[in-house]
Write a protein that binds this ligand. Structure first.
Ligand code: NAD
Length: 490
């Protein structure tokens, strides 16, 4: 019988208050892995109440003790990394190596959050007036929640969760209904932590669940990652309900290749960037702009390297590109490719007809390259979220920068060059929050904020590092004087 997933609230596994279910499908095989609740307001009411109750004690637990749980969390994830990665590949489709890599990035955030006793420190000014001192302290804000996307079933909750807990908040995680299994298994493993009941809660669900998070008076801070339209909705609705919201949205990342770029590494890095996670990555190279002679040097080589990529089941050794997440997603990507051709782009490589033996029900799209797309066309402007490169040639670096900065998104932008001057100009002028110089995936380490701009981010403080600490705390300023000090009588 197919397993029905439960929520984890107040230290217990419990059924959702809503009976609606959706299938969780392995995109490589088409098999149903489990059924997940559609979720309801009642589930969030229960989780928020439980988290609020736990907060009273958790916020008064010294930071040095709170981090002991995080040390254990890291160990549990490391010890069980193969099992978690296999579940992640099963529900998401990405390769086993990619699943292992996202787990590493999750763990890095726990490691950074373990420095919270230092990160939480305030500041002190003595004698702001005679005998008067002023200082500020950071206090947790209460209950926080993360609403996660499908493309990183493990990592994304950890851009926020370790910091929220370390700062003294209690927390609710809402995974994507397409990939709820990895986080469910992680929560099962986390029972070993013996966290006080209600400190960490897991609630499955879709829109009704998210809307309840946005409205619940106990939930004070929300971290969201997903598509731009939903990010905007969450930011506006959550803010209107008086909450702190950081909402990370979609992307269409440009990558510029200068004629002087080192050839082999550039091609390897860019094709890995574009096709890794089947292109379902918010930092993927989506538009490759060759500058001047780089068009002649690189075009054919990129096509050849793309053709050599192996598409298949992410659990099969040697596979480099797994399936895309759903049938609807495959259809959408294929329609967009056709629209690109109809709008005049040249199809240099077509991944639509790919067949993976033994995985006839899988939702695969092979590497695809469309060249010379009209920069106002749908294929050029839309986030495709599949293994598709738009490959255009421009005359100068200024032209490439102009196109980069016309982009509605600003998640990431990269340049490949051996010229320090070109690299510096790009770094300085490109309107994106994560810049790569000879880097294909400009993913910040956990000790830097994940700095999307424009329609890739709504809010002020980003995920990870000191931004996450600021997001999950509120500052309290204290100005104090004591009678003897005031009068200076001893
Ligand atoms: P999505 O917006 O469809 O879903 C994200 C989450 O929001 C899910 O948990 C889902 O249940 C919930 N949701 C969906 N529609 C909703 C609605 N109308 N109201 C309330 N909640 C809703 O995103 P996805 O398809 O799961 O993820 C892919 C997107 O995420 C891409 O656009 C990608 O670029 C983006 N992404 C961005 C980053 C980043 O750092 N900027 C990182 C990863 C993914």
């Amino acid at each position: 019988m197919t397993k029905i997933l439960k929520n984890y609230i107040g230290g217990q596994w419990c059924e959702s208050a809503w009976s609606g279910l959706r299938d969780v499908i392995n995109p490589a095989t088409g098999k149903c892995l489990a059924r997940v609740p559609e979720g309801s307001k009642k589930d969030i009411d229960n989780a928020a109440e439980s988290a609020k109750e736990a907060w009273g004690t958790w916020r008064n637990t010294p930071a040095t003790q709170r981090v002991q749980y995080l040390f254990k969390m890291k160990q549990i994830l490391e010890k069980n990394s193969d099992e978690i990665a296999e579940i992640c590949t099963g529900e998401n489709g990405k390769t086993f190596a990619e699943s292992k890599a996202e787990l590493v990035r999750a763990i890095e955030n726990i490691e950074v959050a373990c420095g919270i006793p230092k990160l939480l420190q305030g500041d002190f000014s003595e004698d702001i007036a005679t005998g008067i001192d002023e200082f500020y302290i950071r206090q947790p804000i209460g209950v926080g929640a993360a609403v996660c996307p499908f493309n990183f079933p493990v990592m994304i909750a950890f851009w926020f969760l370790p910091y929220a807990l370390a700062c003294g908040n209690t927390y609710i995680v809402k995974p994507s209904g397409k990939v709820p299994l990895s986080m469910t298994r992680i929560f099962e493993l986390f029972e070993e932590l013996d966290l006080p009941k209600g400190v960490l809660n897991l609630v499955h669900g879709g829109k009704a669940t998210v809307d309840a998070i946005l409205e619940h008076p106990f939930i004070r801070a929300i971290s969201f990652v997903g598509s731009t339209s939903t990010a905007k909705y969450l930011y506006q609705t959550g803010s209107a309900h008086g909450k702190r919201v950081q909402a990370l949205g979609g992307a269409k990342n440009p990558v510029i290749i200068m004629p002087d770029a080192e050839i082999d590494n550039t091609i390897r890095i860019i094709t890995d960037s574009a096709y890794g996670c089947a292109g379902q990555r918010c930092l993927a190279a989506a538009v490759v702009l060759t500058v001047g002679k780089a068009g002649e040097i690189f075009t054919e080589k990129i096509v050849q390297a793309s053709k050599a990529k192996i598409t298949g089941n992410g659990m099969t050794k040697g596979v480099e590109i797994g399936p895309v997440i759903t049938k609807e997603s495959k259809e959408r990507i294929e329609k967009l490719i056709q629209k690109g051709v109809d709008d005049g782009a040249k199809l240099l490589l077509d991944g639509r007809k790919i067949k993976v033996p033994g995985c006839e029900d899988g939702t695969f799209v092979g590497p695809t390259i469309l060249a010379d797309a009209d920069t106002q066309s749908e294929i050029y402007l839309t986030e495709i979220f599949g293994p598709v490169i738009i490959l255009n040639n421009v005359d100068t670096l200024e032209d490439a920068l102009k196109l980069t900065n016309q982009n509605r998104y600003g998640n990431a932008a990269s340049i490949f060059t051996t010229s320090g001057a070109a690299a510096r100009k790009f770094r300085h002028d490109a309107e994106a929050g994560n810049i790569g110089i000879n880097i294909g995936i400009a993913a910040p380490m956990a000790f830097f904020p994940f700095s999307g701009w424009k329609d890739s981010f709504f809010g002020d403080l980003h995920g990870q590092s000191f931004h996450a600490v600021e997001f999950y705390t509120q500052t309290k300023v204290v100005i104090e004087r004591w009678h003897d000090e005031w009068t200076r009588k001893f």
